[in-house]
Design a protein around this ligand. Structure first.
Ligand SMILES: [Zn+2]
Length: 323
């Protein structure tokens, strides 16, 4: 049963185009509606990726052609390339359905800004261009990865390979860079999995930075212990599912109202890509949206906080959303 109120999901992957075998915009919009989600914000790591005006227009035309333009919004990629950033800012000015940019600090189809220097370039250029919108950032510090520890026959090792501190250290970096470059938009730290990351967010807010963050249903309802069974590899996500004690810590922070959004990071793949090489990361988390809302209410998250996390905060941070 869908929540009693309308919801907005600020982080989904609709695929389509060359990845239509995984999902299409239409399928994801319809799945969202069934879960009570009236607007979805699609990420730009599509094939081809959304880096400028032409591809953004083509993406919106696809949604229109599939008859699901209402409630569909998108991000453009923010890559460490000055020319691309200029084009992205231009597209954001022209297209009402562009809600912001997405930067990847870990490998992502060539879109990534790996390392501090690349990330600094993005914030600096956006500041110089006078950009005051949202930059959503996937935070994982690659220099803290221990790639050799990943073993698909023991899927819980993904959490060792990409440990919780890789996230919290990257969160710290993004906050420092946004402050140092005078970034005057909103920094949106997506899919937080480690409560320590939220300490940095809290401190940054106290120092006056406009920063928001989200959590996913899977990082709240599941833990790395759930990856111990035979189907464990199906739960491989980025950042990884964490130990139960961290998951419990995350729920406490949600109860305190420290988290702005419930975001699904809905990331459909074909089952052969999940259960065999390349063992892709991502799960169909929108399917659990209304279940998660109910679960949070049952676990003492107040309805007031939940309404903000699922609707009110998104309406404020993304004022262009109409539903
Ligand atoms: Zn994502």
């Amino acid at each position: 049963m869908a929540p009693e109120w309308r919801c907005i999901d600020p982080h989904v992957h609709c695929r389509d185009w060359r990845e239509a075998y995984k999902a299409t915009i239409k399928e994801v919009v319809e799945l969202a509606r069934g879960q009570g989600v009236v607007a979805i914000l699609d990420m730009p790591n599509t094939d081809p990726p959304i880096t400028g005006l032409e591809l953004a227009e083509r993406r919106l035309e696809t949604a229109k052609r599939e008859g699901v333009e209402g409630g569909y919004y998108l991000y453009l990629a923010a890559t460490p390339d000055e020319r691309q950033l200029e084009e992205a800012v231009d597209a954001a000015k022209k297209l009402r359905r562009v809600v912001g940019f997405k930067m990847y600090t870990a490998p992502m189809k060539g879109l990534e800004a790996l390392g501090i220097e690349s990330q600094r370039l993005v914030y600096r250029r956006l500041s110089e261009l006078g950009y005051r919108g949202v930059i959503a950032v996937h935070c994982e510090k690659v220099s803290l990865f221990r790639e050799g520890l990943w073993d698909p026959s023991r899927p819980w090792t993904w959490n060792l390979c990409r440990p919780p501190e890789a996230e919290s250290e990257s969160v710290k970096d993004q906050i420092s860079l946004a402050m140092e470059t005078g970034f005057s938009g909103t920094l949106y730290l997506v899919h937080i999995s480690n409560p320590a990351s939220l300490d940095h967010v809290k401190e940054a807010r106290e120092r006056g930075l406009r920063v928001v963050c989200g959590v996913t249903p899977h990082h709240l309802m599941l833990s790395v212990e759930d990856m111990a069974g035979p189907g464990g590899v199906a739960l491989k996500v980025n950042p990884p599912l964490r130990e139960k004690r961290l998951v419990d810590g995350l729920l406490e922070r949600v109860k305190n109202g420290e988290v702005d959004f419930l975001e699904t990071d809905h990331a459909p793949h074909a089952s052969w890509e999940k259960y065999g090489p390349p063992y892709l990361s991502g799960i169909r988390s929108l399917e659990s949206y209304s279940k998660c809302v109910r679960w949070l209410l049952e676990n003492s998250v107040s309805e007031k906080i939940l309404r903000e996390m699922t609707y009110g905060n998104a309406k404020r941070v993304f004022p262009m959303i109409e539903e």
